[in-house]
Design a protein around this ligand. Structure first.
Ligand code: ADP
Ligand code: GLC
Length: 486
């Protein structure tokens, strides 16, 4: 099967969050299946290239209509294991300091940037003669790919048998633009109806995908149900989703078990595995406390956070709760995003330098050391389509404390009985609930046997992609068969 993955980010080439991790991991995982051929299409942002990968020009250039103009696109290519990675290049759209935004906010022409990318994916596939059986698109940035396939490209025999599968990573970001974007994208006003491209008078890239994709997936079973039946989580698209309920599937993300392996992790002070985690984690914890200027004390519970700083993640709630526990706990937060949250975390750390550390920005290696050195990992998300840090932290024997939502609910089990638990959970991102569980954690921490039992449950979990890769491939087959029958 020829699989074309279209995404706006993929680790290790470009990443702002979990979408990048997942798109990169899926490309690798699909390529391991014997009968598959995988091409991954990404925009070539300014920071791509150099280092371990240097993409080579893929010859020639082609033109993409944007509004009344033709914008040139070129491509470059790099072989990444069995995956062929193609970068769509445009100085005008992608040679910028940020991927989606500048310091002052989202780029004003994101509609053009990603309609250009989506259409260039289709033109690029033709350009290199890669006729996909399935195009797997991710999030709103590639939402127009299914729409193009079933409208403007409907009569293009190159894609006559190509199925489109769309994966929702976060429905809170939909790519909403004014109606003028319809013209820029080249669609016909005839398709500007509520059943197709129109959304409250404008364009919505995510909705366009939900209407036109052959099959839709999202990144956990619980989120698949929440976005249909809890309007506050469906963000206005719950109706569209319900109309496609038979074609919507929740497939849990995995983590890359080679990148995230405490036994071989070279970022850690000392590697460890299930049978010797206690000594390994103690060494990692001490080193982390030292690195961050925190008191080096094994009896203080070290709580970690690695996160985008965003309302979604509920860290404002943690900020309120944390000061009540500083006698017994330390907190380290690594994150980037909202300046208000960042300032507040900075202030808390400045006032309690031996108890709280805040590091802003993206820092892969520190992230590894936090998972390795922390005792618990806090994720009080208001919603969480899947969430990767809770799985990474469990693999590192760091117990997650999460809200029961989305993928957190599907991966972290806590019912008060240590023998059946692999972490801690609260029902909502609520200060009272969080404080009550933090109190419980402090009392449990002294009972090493129960604590270690939970750590072992956490470390034993299967968070590999092996579980879910098969589910995707099965769905791809169904989508392809349906296409063939049309
Ligand atoms: P998101 O909603 O941000 O996509 P996920 O839970 O899916 O959240 O994934 C977040 C990923 O990004 C994890 O791999 C996490 O370790 C990583 N991450 C988040 N913030 C940072 C940071 N500041 N530095 C390094 N890695 C980070
Ligand atoms: C989104 C979600 C996150 C999920 C990630 C990868 O960014 O916020 O929960 O893990 O996508 O699917």
């Amino acid at each position: 099967m020829k699989i074309l993955i279209a995404a706006s980010e993929a680790f290790p080439f470009c990443k702002t969050g979990g979408l990048g991790d997942v798109a990169g991991a899926l490309a690798q995982v699909f390529s391991r299946s014997e009968d598959s051929e995988v091409a991954l299409f990404l925009p070539r942002y300014r920071n791509v290239g150099g280092g371990a990968f240097s993409p080579k020009a893929a010859g020639g250039s082609f033109l993409i209509p944007v509004g009344g103009r033709l914008e040139p696109a070129t491509m470059s290519r790099v072989q990444w294991g069995r995956v062929a990675v193609y970068f769509i290049e445009s100085q005008k759209y992608f040679d910028r300091p940020g991927m989606y935004r500048s310091n002052t906010g989202d780029y004003a022409d994101n509609d053009e940037r990603f309609l250009f990318f989506s259409r260039a994916v289709l033109e690029g596939a033709k350009f290199i003669g890669f006729k996909p059986d399935v195009i797997h698109c991710h999030d709103w940035q590639t939402g127009l790919v299914p729409a193009y396939l079933r409208t403007l490209y409907r009569i293009d025999s190159f894609f006559a048998k190509t199925a489109a599968v769309f994966t929702i990573h976060n429905i809170a970001y939909q790519g909403m633009f004014p109606r003028e974007t319809l013209v820029k994208a080249g669609f016909s006003w005839l398709d500007f109806t509520p059943e197709k491209l129109e959304f409250y008078g404008g364009m919505n890239y995510m909705k366009s995908a939900l209407v036109f994709a052959d099959l839709i997936t999202t990144v956990s079973p619980t989120y698949a149900s929440e976005i249909q039946y809890r309007p506050e989580l469906g963000h206005g698209l719950e109706g569209v989703l319900k109309s496609r309920t038979a074609d919507l599937f929740g497939i849990l993300n995995g983590i890359d078990e080679e990148i995230w392996d405490p036994a071989t992790d070279t970022f850690l002070e000392r590697g460890y595995e299930l049978k010797n985690f206690a000594r390994g984690k103690a060494a990692c914890k001490k080193a982390l406390q030292g690195e961050l200027g925190l008191e080096e004390n094994k009896d203080l519970i070290l709580a970690g956070v690695v996160s985008r700083l965003d309302y979604q993640k509920g860290l404002d709630v943690l900020l309120k709760a944390a000061p009540h526990f500083l006698e017994k706990m330390q907190f380290v937060v690594l994150g980037a995003g909202d300046p208000g949250l960042s300032d507040a975390l900075e202030a808390l750390a400045a006032a309690n330098p031996r108890r709280v550390a805040f590091r802003s920005g993206l820092n892969e290696s520190l992230a590894h050391r936090i998972y390795g050195g922390a005792d618990i990992f806090i994720m009080p998300s208001r919603f969480e389509p899947c969430g990767l840090p809770q799985m990474i932290s469990m693999r590192y024997g760091c117990l997650p404390l999460v809200t029961r939502t989305g993928g957190l609910k599907d991966t972290v089990f806590y019912n008060g009985e240590p023998k059946d638990s692999n972490g801690f959970a609260i029902d909502h991102a609520d200060e009272g609930q969080l404080r009550s569980v933090l109190g419980h954690i402090i009392s449990l921490y002294g009972w090493h046997e129960n604590w270690n039992l939970m750590v072992r449950n956490a470390m034993r979990g299967d968070y590999s992609w092996a579980r879910s890769a098969g589910a995707y491939l099965k769905l791809f087959n169904i989508a392809v068969q349906r296409r063939q029958l049309r």
